[in-house]
Design a protein around this ligand. Structure first.
Ligand code: SF4
Length: 366
């Protein structure tokens, strides 16, 4: 695979961002309407906390029993990693992220901030309220960045991001059919690069890659695994799973299908279409009703013909940990085995997890 994706997702992420001649706005949750930022001529990118060496400062500002994703992201902010960034957008995707916002706005030098709320239940009132917040976002970007955001610009941004989703969906279609020669690490790098790169460039790169991909004809016996749970992109876990005889066929995660599912209607009311897409999209445990989330996960299990599920939760992620017993009971009803893996965002002791992962996979293979 073209190593551009891996570089943009990893070691070259910050150099790449600095090289793009556009104002940059960081985001955390896949409920953020990237299209609005693109329409304004900005570069939206995901903050993932990869550069945080230690989280002591963030732990002192919040508490050490916060999830390590939040602590890592805040640590980067407190360490001035984002000095080159023009703004950051936050949502109440969970309480920990809301607290991070409160500390960030007081302590991190970022000129522009925007915060919006998400509701757990879908309703017409919630939908209208969400739309009003998107309108406020548009207005605040116009004022702060002194830019235009017209309907034509919004429509063009929708078309661009729809193309990104369509290309990413093609990768997942190959995995669905068992024809994908990319491994779990490759796909994780592609998704992560999509959340960082200029979408025009990303689309060109991924189109070329899709042209080059040859269907995988090797028919080795593998356990087809679906990942669900908290945000995670730790290559050590992905490797541990795939080296144990499994193939990762789908990530029901914010750096998986939750980022690329669906399309935004390209109609006469572009802001309404963007707003509805993000309001109704499948999102993380805190935002979406638990049964809707589990029904959606089970639909993916069947569509991707998954034999087993790995439920990854970051330590102290109450929303995901609290849901696990119910998720497990729903999977048990369908005789789908599930393994709970609890870990940290980056500093993970893989040796402890490896044995559990290997045992889970190998006992189901033979
Ligand atoms: S992993 Fe859990 S606690 Fe951490 S930000 Fe996500 S939902 Fe919130």
């Amino acid at each position: 695979m073209d190593d551009w994706f891996e570089k943009i997702a990893g070691s070259e992420k910050f150099n790449y961002l600095k090289s793009v001649p556009k104002p940059k706005v960081g985001w955390f949750s896949v409920s953020v309407p990237e299209e609005i930022f693109s329409a304004a001529g900005l570069l939206p990118f995901r903050i993932t906390g990869d550069m945080a060496d230690n989280t002591n400062q963030a732990g002192a500002a919040l508490s050490n029993n916060y999830c390590s994703y939040v602590l890592s992201c805040l640590s980067e902010g407190l360490d001035n990693v984002y000095e080159f960034v023009d703004g950051v957008v936050f949502s109440d995707a969970c309480d920990m992220r809301k607290r991070m916002y409160e500390v960030w706005v007081k302590n991190v030098k970022t000129e522009y901030h925007f915060f919006y709320e998400m509701s757990k239940a879908f309703s017409q009132t919630g939908r209208v309220y969400f739309r009003s917040q998107m309108q406020e976002l548009v207005q605040s970007l116009r004022t702060h960045f002194n830019c235009e955001i017209t309907n034509a610009q919004l429509r063009s941004a929708i078309a661009l991001h729809n193309e990104t989703r369509r290309l990413l969906q093609r990768v997942y279609e190959l995995r669905k059919k068992g024809e994908c020669c990319l491994n779990g690490k490759d796909v994780a790098a592609i998704i992560k690069a999509a959340t960082v790169a200029n979408k025009e460039e990303f689309n060109t790169r991924l189109s070329s890659l899709l042209e080059e991909i040859k269907p995988n004809s090797k028919q080795t016996k593998s356990l087809r695994v679906l990942f669900t749970g908290s945000y995670f992109d730790n290559p050590k876990i992905i490797e541990a799973v795939e080296n144990s005889g499994a193939v990762i066929v789908c990530e029901d995660l914010s750096n998986g299908v939750k980022y690329l599912e669906g399309q935004i209607a390209e109609n006469d009311d572009p802001l309404g279409a963007i707003s509805d897409y993000y309001y109704f999209k499948s999102s993380c445990a805190r935002i979406i009703d638990t049964d809707i989330r589990i029904d959606h996960m089970l639909k993916l299990v069947h569509e991707y013909n998954a034999d087993a599920v790995i439920y990854f939760s970051l330590k102290f992620c109450d929303t995901n940990l609290m849901d696990f017993p119910y998720v497990q009971s729903r999977l048990n009803q369908e005789n789908i085995p599930v393994l709970l893996v609890e870990g940290e965002h980056h500093s993970i002791n893989i040796e402890n997890l490896k044995t559990r992962i290997e045992t889970f996979i190998q006992t189901r293979l033979y």
